[in-house]
Design a protein around this ligand. Structure first.
Ligand SMILES: Cc1cc2nc3c(=O)[nH]c(=O)nc-3n(C[C@H](O)[C@H](O)[C@H](O)COP(=O)(O)OP(=O)(O)OC[C@H]3O[C@@H](n4cnc5c(N)ncnc54)[C@H](O)[C@@H]3O)c2cc1C
Length: 405
């Protein structure tokens, strides 16, 4: 049996893993996706997809399905948490589509996941295995043996770690420090639009920015549902006290927020919250026949709304590189890593910057208003050209990048 007769194994059937499986399936690769959960089912909240994600969906031939499930907000707004003043305005409807050739949408995560899952099921060479937690691997240079927690083993030509922020593949590779809690907590809510009091529905992605806390909302499922996320820096976490990130602290922190914000807050689910973890992007993504993508390689803060979009980009480009270097996964992986890193690192860094901008206080908040408030809609759109412009796929087949590139 030749090395290339063995499948490419992907650890994790999240957004990045499924996008990669679809991209490889379209190119005729044999793919086995190992997912630890017994059922492939994402958490049920909203997600934003910039035009860059749609450039990839075209490539994956699922743009139509995702568009059907998407909602098209008119604008992205940042408002002052206390006064409600609009700090910045990014046009998202027709102007976004005209400028970047693709729309900006918001979507229910389950709908995006379903579109990706069905597209993988359509590929006869892609096999999805649930209840399979990848625990270890051995790369002997010719192939990789991947083992799961329940003792199964898979012989693969290559392994792709798409297993999220707490990646077992990355741990085994030993190429990045573990993620750290940032001391921020997130609460989410997803409610029927009809449950919203009059005047609270808006067809925009709106972020209310406060010192160390923010609230974001947007509609999903064609305005049937309304998605709300409230995030705050826990002072109890900083003081190492009990009750850090609790509903009581959430209410304390938002006590003086704009009345509209306090109304939205009534709809977040107080029974579940998320600790916001941050990691330095891995300096090295690949080793021999093993590589990482998505959150496993570069989990980023949600401030730029790009974590999922970048994981989809990773998957599409990884498939391009594997296609070009069919018999040499280590070369494909090193090309993929060198090619993708600058962009993913930029998104990672910009997310941190935006996180600081969202939570600015005092003089920094004034500076934010001066910097962002003076921009025209067109200038706001142009500031995202590096991220949203259509990629040139011919770059995948260009001469291999030099080691120092
Ligand atoms: C509050 C919030 C809002 C966000 N909003 C946006 C947004 O608007 N736009 C955007 O682009 N991004 C957003 N993100 C980021 C986005 O959710 C992630 O970046 C994205 O889900 C990463 O995809 P992934 O496939 O790399 O990892 P994941 O989605 O985490 O998937 C990993 C998969 O691997 C599985 N797995 C884990 N370990 C193993 C193992 N050992 N073996 C087998 N399977 C395993 C998991 O069960 C999971 O299915 C947001 C994140 C948060 C927290």
């Amino acid at each position: 049996m030749k090395d290339t007769d063995h499948p490419v194994v992907i650890a994790g059937a999240g957004i990045g893993g499924l996008a990669t499986a679809r991209a490889l399936g379209l190119k005729g690769f044999n793919v086995v996706v190992l997912e630890q959960a017994d059922e492939i089912k994402p958490i049920g909240y909203g997600i934003q997809l910039g035009p860059n994600a749609y450039h990839m969906f075209e490539r994956l031939r699922i743009a139509e399905q995702v568009l059907k499930a998407g909602t098209f907000p008119d604008a992205g707004l940042m408002r002052d948490m206390f006064t409600g003043e609009t700090i910045s305005h990014l046009p998202m409807g027709a102007p976004m589509r005209q400028r970047y050739g693709q729309p900006y949408t918001v979507i229910h995560r389950a709908d995006l996941h379903d579109a990706l899952l069905h597209s993988c099921e359509e590929c006869s060479t892609v096999t999805l295995v649930t209840g399979a937690r990848v625990e270890n691997y051995e790369d002997d240079g010719q192939h990789v043996v991947v083992t799961t927690a329940d003792g199964r083993s898979y012989q693969a030509q290559a392994l792709i770690g798409a297993d999220g922020v707490w990646s077992a593949v990355r741990n085994r590779m030993g190429c990045a420090p573990a993620p750290q809690s940032l001391g921020f907590t997130a609460y989410r809510g997803l409610i029927e639009r009809t449950a919203l009091p009059d005047g609270l529905f808006e067809n925009v992605v709106c972020l209310w920015a406060g010192p160390g806390f923010h609230l974001m909302h947007y509609p999903v499922r064609g305005h049937e549902l309304f998605n709300i996320v409230a995030v705050f820096r826990s002072s109890r976490f900083a003081r190492n006290e009990e009750g850090a990130g609790s509903p009581a602290e959430l209410k304390e922190i938002f006590a003086n927020a704009h009345p509209q914000v306090r109304k939205y807050l009534e709809f977040v689910n107080l029974e579940q919250h998320w600790d916001v973890a941050v990691m330095e992007p891995a300096q090295r993504w690949s080793q021999g026949r093993v590589t990482l993508l998505g959150d496993a390689a570069h989990a980023m803060l949600q401030a730029l709304a790009q974590g999922a979009c970048q994981s989809i980009e990773d998957g599409v480009w990884l498939a391009e590189m594997l296609d070009v270097h069919r018999n040499a996964p280590p070369l494909a992986f090193s090309q993929y890593e060198r090619f993708r890193k600058p962009r993913a690192f930029r998104a990672h860094f910009q997310s941190r910057l935006y996180w600081e901008i969202y939570h600015a206080q005092g003089g920094y908040a004034e500076l934010r208003r001066d910097m962002l408030g003076g921009r025209t809609g067109q200038q706001a759109l142009e500031s995202l050209a590096w991220l949203y412009e259509a990629p040139d796929f011919s770059q995948a087949s260009e001469r291999p990048l030099a080691a120092s590139a």
